[in-house]
Design a protein around this ligand. Structure first.
Ligand SMILES: [Zn+2]
Length: 345
């Protein structure tokens, strides 16, 4: 089969690799029909996090089940399924708390030992607990499938930021970052009833989507200038800050625009933001909550809204490639020409 493999900084290739095969009785083999390239894939692509040549790429995918192991009960051959970006057993002490990303038996797609999602097929461990079967009604509906695909990561991660920051009806919210996660965080805050949603970002095309998703105000300046603009327009700060970047300047901005007693929901993969101003948080009783999103917990409720036509994050997928086009897709995201790429197989 063919799969995307990391080769070097700024270089991924689509190569022939061994077919995905059942290894454990709880596995399923899925033929992939849709996948994504993610902003977090760019960290590896740009040479961060020590990715090694030959490692598999991709953690967002959807497809048709081709084979199941002898102990798989719920998932059937022929089912259309999506997967969260981590696999999990659904039964350990962490999964029981809805925190599948800490699963004792779980793991993440791609890398050294697991198949990646930017490929023709994938071995899905712990299939019964990990995979979600889509309703037959979505089969053949390309627009609907495109709206469902971001639930594998960015839409669920945006939702996690909103939930972690305690967004509720009437909330004043600020979203830091206009990438796919930031834009989905706007959509998530809107869905939870936020009254005012300020997005901090700089790319007009992305800010236009943010407005379409429900943003009420845009702030295009950065750092201190952005902080003073938000404090002025909100008369002292917001109830909830959704931090969707992961850098130090983004976290510093988040702490500075939270209203005393407010909360920050952070989902940006930390890069360079290892130190934060705890004294400033302490003095204003600012809460900090979040982390890697337990997507498996969120997909069922978000999926119901997508299928009902009440939620549509698909505008973040602004470039579509086939499997051979994946290297071009990475380059387009790296240069910010594309917000997020869909791979259609
Ligand atoms: Zn578990």
């Amino acid at each position: 089969m063919r799969a995307t493999v990391y080769r070097n900084v700024g270089e991924v290739q689509v190569e022939n690799v061994p077919d995905a095969v059942i290894q454990q009785p709880t596995d399923a083999i899925v033929r992939i029909t849709h996948a994504c390239i993610c902003g977090s894939d760019l960290w590896f692509y740009r040479g961060f996090d020590g990715w090694k040549p030959g490692w598999r790429m991709g953690h967002e995918w959807m497809g048709i089940v081709e084979q199941v192991g002898s102990q798989v009960r719920k998932i059937k051959r022929g089912d259309r399924v999506i997967a969260p970006f981590a696999f999990s057993d659904g039964s350990c002490k962490y999964c029981s708390r809805g925190l599948q990303t800490s699963c004792l038996q779980g793991g993440f797609w791609g890398g050294a030992s697991n198949d990646g999602g930017q490929a023709e097929a994938i071995r899905a461990p712990l299939a019964d607990a990990t995979l979600i079967v889509l309703p037959p009604s979505v089969e053949g509906d390309d627009a609907m499938l495109k709206a469902i695909l971001p639930l594998t990561d960015v839409m669920s991660t945006g939702h996690h930021a909103a939930v972690s920051a305690g967004v509720q009806p009437g909330s004043k919210v600020a979203v830091i970052g206009d990438g796919a996660v930031g834009l989905c965080a706007v959509l998530a805050a809107k869905r939870l009833g936020a009254e005012r949603i300020i997005i901090l970002g700089r790319h007009q095309k992305r800010l236009d989507i943010a407005r379409q998703f429900g943003a009420t105000d845009m702030v295009t300046s950065r750092d201190e200038q952005a902080v003073s603009e938000v404090l002025e327009m909100t008369n002292g700060g917001v109830d909830s800050v959704l931090e969707c970047v992961g850098t130090k300047s983004s976290m510093d901005t988040a702490i500075s625009i939270a209203y005393p007693g407010g909360a920050i929901g952070y989902v940006g993969v930390p890069h360079g933001s290892q130190t934060i101003n705890l004294s400033q948080m302490f003095m204003s009783n600012i809460m900090l909550r979040g982390g890697v999103a337990p997507v498996r917990t969120y997909i069922p409720e978000l999926l119901a809204d997508v299928v009902a036509g009440k939620l549509d994050p698909s505008p973040v997928l602004d470039l579509t490639v086939d499997l051979d086009g994946v290297p071009r897709g990475y380059a387009a995201m790296d240069s910010r020409e594309a917000i997020k790429v869909m791979v259609r197989l």
